[in-house]
Design a protein around this ligand. Structure first.
Ligand SMILES: C[S@@+](CC[C@H](N)C(=O)[O-])C[C@H]1O[C@@H](n2cnc3c(N)ncnc32)[C@H](O)[C@@H]1O
Length: 278
């Protein structure tokens, strides 16, 4: 067992997730997909992903914040990499940014959602000098500086539409990494909640100032595409994600000039890619 593997195991055992307080009440149901589709069609207002969800994302997902910091600190020490700057790719409203700011002098935050970035901007107003915010698509971006580390947390890469798009993201990441730098990310490989194929998993969330809302998730018959709808009383936003397998990560990494240094996990896969050189 190599040192990276040992570290991953230690991390998983000790503190895979940071626990945050959940003030809201969550109820999970399995509802026939046809019924959900009909309900959603009756709500007229369609909005882009994370527009309404940005208000509650940190709370909804608060219990699933991977703690990347000890691992990054270890890699930086072991491989003599600086901790001056890091890229938080698909940063969202900044759940991971908070961790990164505690150890890095400067954090570049990149996301395509204006609503998520507005939230991040206001939550991190006091440390504005240590942040640079980029509104961009992770399939086609550049950074003004080369960085030793890139992190993409919270299943964000599942939003690519195909393995080719995954390779596009990896190419952009490779272009902004310093030689020998690391890219750490997590993706889901299978649905996180199992319901019969004809049914959707419906999370009813109540007790939040934002008002009650529902997250309805089901798998396409292709077994690969996951549809999630965030439904409030008057709006619906659709999230489409694909499941990503380790073999696809390896192929896309190779095409982008990155090496798969290690991987960990089952339903949620954690990967470390390393840019060749040094
Ligand atoms: C599940 S959230 C995770 C956010 C953050 N990393 C976290 O852990 O809280 C997924 C994020 O990916 C972003 N995203 C999805 N597709 C994107 C794309 N093509 N380019 C940039 N960001 C994207 C969304 O806007 C959203 O903020």
């Amino acid at each position: 067992m190599g040192w990276i593997d040992r570290l991953w195991r230690h991390w998983a055992r000790k503190r895979l997730y940071e626990r945050r307080s959940q003030l809201c009440h969550v109820r999970l149901m399995a509802v026939p997909v046809d019924q959900i589709r009909q309900w959603i069609e009756e709500i007229p207002q369609r909005i882009p992903p994370y527009e309404a969800f940005s208000a509650v994302w940190s709370q909804y997902s608060g219990d699933f914040v991977p703690n990347y910091l000890p691992y990054i600190a270890f890699l930086a020490h072991r491989r003599h990499l600086d901790r001056d700057v890091i890229l938080d790719l698909a940063c969202g409203s900044g759940r991971i940014t908070e961790q990164l700011l505690s150890r890095f002098g400067h954090v570049h935050c990149l996301d395509r959602s204006p609503a998520m970035l507005t939230r991040l901007r206001s939550d991190f107003a006091k440390v504005r000098g240590h942040l640079t915010i980029h509104q961009a698509d992770f399939r086609d971006f550049t950074l003004p500086v080369a960085v030793p580390f890139v992190v993409c947390a919270g299943d964000s890469l599942n939003y690519v539409e195909s393995p080719d798009e995954l390779a596009q993201v990896f190419r952009c990441v490779a272009a902004c990494l310093r030689p020998g730098g690391f890219f750490l990310f997590d993706v889901i490989q299978e649905p996180t909640v199992r319901v019969p194929p004809t049914h959707a998993a419906v999370f009813e969330i109540a007790g939040h100032l934002f008002g009650p809302y529902w997250v309805c998730t089901w798998m396409d018959s292709d077994g690969r595409t996951e549809h999630s709808f965030v439904v409030t009383k008057d709006s619906v936003e659709e999230h489409r994600r694909i499941l990503i397998k380790l073999e696809e990560v390896a192929i896309a990494a190779e095409a982008a000039g990155l090496e798969l240094e290690d991987q960990f996990g089952n339903a949620r896969l954690y990967c470390i890619l390393r840019k060749k050189g040094e």
